[in-house]
Design a protein around this ligand. Structure first.
Ligand code: H79
Length: 484
């Protein structure tokens, strides 16, 4: 009996020791996600043959500006054959002003930690050197420079993570799928081309940190094969859930590392699994000549704060010109957000979602260790008040105050309501961050109640709802209903 017990104890202790020595399987499996989780903010680049047209074809506007599809959908929207699209645009693709060093520097200065560029969009044109099709920048254009090579190398030089968007399912040029999609390749040939393209992208450009697939089909076997290839060749690459169709249940998306929210949609609540939202700075993804619906720098800073509070990465898009330049409207905004990030970045990078599953009239929270960050998007001169956190703060101060002067704090221990006294005028009207520090790790009040007030509809019309963003605003609800 004693011996038995001893044996059991020994086995138990051995197991315990093993369990303590070896990291848990889940932590091991997702260690490649850590940089991505901490990064929070990246640059999306939509660039290709469609950029030359800028949303227009034969004098007609097909951009989202006119309620149509986004500018990179031109081939589909204007019903252009592969032959005509290539014949007209490929010979004009000569963006001599393209400077990878400058683009990466702009992203870095903006506070972005990674870059994802369209290596092949739905129009089938490859921005990289490939042996799988001659429809690529080296063979089909006068430019003959491998854009993916130049950008990937420059990202290494400047310390940013680099990844590619690759349209694996939709390819209007190559993929033949019956009468309405002639394509230059049979479906089997097309799938072989995708595999070859992936091998090239995963083998020829050093570290590939993100594989951003888009609009996946329902064939899980096909998607799994492509996902497995990514894991094999670049085990640390982070794979987008759009490798699979939305109809594939989440637990069947074997190789999806993060969930990508629908285009240009902000999360409406807290997401506790790895999630990213991709967002445009105006309506269109690809360069569009007629799109003036710019979001403001305050909008973008709000997106960053609310995405952070809801546990979501923000992949913010630019659509460079046919000459290879970012637009002044883009660089201005990126610079302004970057300056804000230099001061307030500690509330975003490596910070996690709000301790409470709601937000506040004044804004929302992020957290890190013993600190809660209040992102005050709408100033309340009477004081910034919140429920949901247990404990009397040790100190509160503005992140943009170099002196870190303490703000007066009152704490109602019965109702767990904390109030920070603030000056009459907002130190930063776009988002003033207040760091609220505690003596021990932040503790949420499990009984706390609250609602979401910011961007609570799943509307993509962020520009229009900008001034009507609070829940319960009937104007906003009417506007959303009208849009349907
Ligand atoms: O690359 C950007 C988009 O071009 C791409 N994803 C982002 C990142 C994208 N591919 N598909 N979609 C977005 C959604 C397609 C929506 C559609 Fe339509 C609605 C297809 C048919 C109806 C919009 C309207 C496009 C054509 C008509």
């Amino acid at each position: 009996m004693t011996a038995n017990l001893g044996t059991i104890t020994r086995i138990f202790l051995a197991t315990l020791t093993l369990a303590l020595l070896a990291p848990p399987a889940s932590a091991q499996d997702d260690s490649h996600m850590q940089w991505w989780r901490d990064a929070r903010y990246g640059m999306f680049i939509h660039w290709g043959l469609y950029s030359i047209a800028g949303g227009e074809w034969k004098g007609k506007d097909y951009g989202k500006e006119q309620g149509g599809a986004s500018a990179e959908w031109l081939m589909n929207s204007a019903k252009i054959s592969g032959k005509e699209y290539r014949g007209t645009l490929a010979r004009q693709f000569n963006p001599t002003e393209f400077d990878a060093k400058e683009w990466v520097a702009i992203a870095k200065d903006a506070g972005m930690k990674y870059i994802v560029i369209t290596s092949k969009h739905h129009d089938g044109f490859c921005l990289f050197e490939t042996n799988a099709t001659d429809y690529n920048v080296m063979q089909a254009t006068p430019f003959k420079r491998d854009i993916i090579r130049e950008l990937s190398e420059e990202c290494v030089n400047q310390g940013l993570k680099f990844g590619v968007y690759y349209s694996q399912f939709k390819d209007w040029y190559h993929r033949s799928r019956g009468r309405n999609a002639p394509g230059t390749m049979s479906n089997e040939e097309y799938l072989a081309m995708v595999e070859k393209n992936l091998d090239e992208l995963l083998s020829n450009y050093g570290e590939m940190s993100v594989l951003w697939f888009d609009t996946g089909g329902n064939d899980v076997i096909e998607a799994d094969r492509q996902g497995a290839r990514v894991r094999e060749l670049q085990p640390n690459a982070v794979i987008c859930s759009r490798l699979y169709s939305r109809r594939v249940p989440a637990d069947k998306r074997k190789y999806a590392d993060f969930e990508s929210l629908p285009d240009r949609m902000l999360p409406t609540e807290r997401m506790t699994k790895d999630t990213e939202t991709c967002m445009t700075m105006r309506h269109n993804w690809g360069y569009d000549r007629n799109d003036n619906h710019w979001k403001s720098e305050k909008d973008i800073i709000e997106f960053l704060a609310l995405c952070g509070a809801r546990g979501v990465n923000l992949l913010l898009n630019v659509g460079p010109t046919p000459e290879g330049r970012l637009l002044p409207e883009e660089t201005e905004r990126l610079k302004a957000v970057g300056q804000w990030m230099k001061v307030n970045g500690e509330s975003i990078y490596g910070a996690t979602y709000s301790p409470v599953d709601f937000d506040f009239w004044w804004g929302a929270m992020t957290q890190k260790n013993k600190t809660v960050y209040l992102h005050v998007l709408e100033w309340k001169p009477e004081g910034i008040e919140f429920n949901g956190i247990v404990g009397n703060p040790r100190k509160a101060h503005f992140l943009n105050d170099p002196q870190r002067k303490s703000l007066a704090v009152t704490y109602d221990a019965g109702r767990h309501i904390t109030k920070i006294d603030v000056p009459e005028k907002a130190p930063d009207f776009r988002n003033t961050v207040i760091a609220v520090e505690y003596d021990s790790p932040v503790t949420a009040d499990p009984d706390a109640k609250g609602k979401y007030h910011w961007y609570t509809t799943r509307s993509r019309r962020h520009t229009e709802i900008r001034e009507n963003r609070h829940a319960g605003n009937t104007d906003l609800l009417d506007a959303v209903k009208e849009a349907k």
